[in-house]
Design a protein around this ligand. Structure first.
Ligand SMILES: Nc1ncnc2c1ncn2[C@@H]1O[C@H](COP(=O)(O)OP(=O)(O)OP(=O)(O)O)[C@@H](O)[C@H]1O
Length: 339
């Protein structure tokens, strides 16, 4: 393991903001830590970087306990949300900053800066003023600067936070390619799920200073560990239910659940794609309360006579109008009993 956190704990005024966290990051792995505001993501990064002392536990980097090792000797690169470029220096001087700190000679530095700028898609930009760059370009310069000293671990804190959506979606694909090509080991934190899912080999979901779930994007998406993770991922259709065999008693009536599901009192998730609209005299009677256009489909919000709302994903052409009465059936293939 390149990085291991072992019972890593940070307390502020008695409150554990990082609560006995265990986390391993393998060489060349890209791990994204995801969680709501205040869940401890930045504190986790700061603890690994050596900017935040631990109240307990250990940070082990490359097999060595980092207790007492100052930030600048840990060999980690950090890139923060507000990318803090030096505004009075040009692009090249910004990228060269870490190299100068490491005493790299000028000729070698210039060559390295050119190579890095090429790598992040800004060839020949070394003499440009930082202020003349767009937000996305500044982000790339910040990335080049973080990569320059060749950190064994690159840590990103909301790396694309300030950028608009379409630029973020493009940059995230570029970053993933770049990290794959360079074999960079990355620990990133974000509160944006789509960013985490697009970037990561592994996603770690945090809640209140603890890890709620860790897995590949597919695993986490298909099997959220619990109702918190499911809701955090944006799934609305989560209800308490009592599971017996392959059926669950829920506020929406009897739901079919997969064979082998955990039994007893649980939370059940039905993905919107598994909510089928049928004629009003079949299934669970609902009224359409709203429709939201989602690009590839329409999210249809449904209110049963009794119980919480249901969200269905409908093809664009046959989404019913608000006010319509419909029946709802639940597809077992999109239903998950949460542990
Ligand atoms: N130096 C500090 N002193 C006291 N409390 C702190 C300190 N730093 C962080 N906290 C608290 O620790 C909790 C976790 O903060 P942290 O910044 O790690 O969360 P986060 O998940 O990164 O949140 P965000 O997504 O909003 O950046 C918060 O409740 C925060 O107020």
């Amino acid at each position: 393991m390149l990085l291991s956190l072992d019972e890593a704990t940070v307390r502020f005024g008695g409150r554990a903001v990082l609560d006995a966290v265990a986390l391993d990051v393998a060489e060349h792995e890209v791990v994204c830590v995801l969680g709501p505001s205040g869940s401890g993501k930045s504190t986790l990064l700061r603890a690994v970087a050596g900017l935040q002392p631990l109240s307990g536990g250990r940070v082990v980097l490359g097999g060595r306990d980092q207790a007492g090792v100052p930030a600048h000797r840990r060999g980690v690169g950090l890139m923060f949300q507000d990318h803090q470029l030096f505004p009075q220096r040009d692009v090249g001087a910004n990228v060269a900053f870490g190299l100068r700190m490491h005493g790299v000679a000028k000729g070698e530095r210039d060559a390295e800066v050119s190579r890095l700028l090429e790598l992040v898609g800004l060839p020949g930009a070394a003499r440009r003023a930082v202020a003349s760059l767009s937000g996305g370009e500044q982000q790339r310069v910040a990335l080049a600067r973080a990569l320059a000293p060749r950190p064994r671990l690159l840590m990103l804190d909301e790396p694309l936070g300030q950028l608009d959506r379409s630029l973020r979606e493009r940059l995230v694909v570029e970053l993933r390619e770049l990290f794959g090509r360079l074999g960079t080991t990355v620990l990133a934190v974000t509160h944006d799920q789509s960013e985490a899912f697009a970037l990561a080999d592994r996603v770690v979901v945090m809640r209140d200073g603890r890890i709620a779930q860790s897995g590949t994007p597919l695993e986490v998406w298909q099997r959220p560990a619990d109702a918190f993770v499911a809701r955090f991922l944006g799934f609305e259709n989560v209800v308490p239910a009592t599971v017996a065999g392959t059926a669950a008693d829920s506020p929406w009536g009897k739901l079919p659940v997969p064979d082998g599901s955990a039994q007893g009192r649980r939370s059940v998730l039905v993905r919107p794609a598994g909510v089928r609209l049928v004629s009003a005299d079949q299934g669970l009677a609902c009224t359409v309360t709203a429709r939201t256009f989602k690009g590839t489909h329409v999210a249809v919000h449904l209110q049963p006579a009794d119980g919480p709302r249901v969200e269905a994903a409908c093809p664009l052409r046959d989404a019913p109008e608000p006010g319509a009465s419909v029946g709802v059936e639940f597809d077992v293939a999109e239903t998950v009993v949460l542990d």
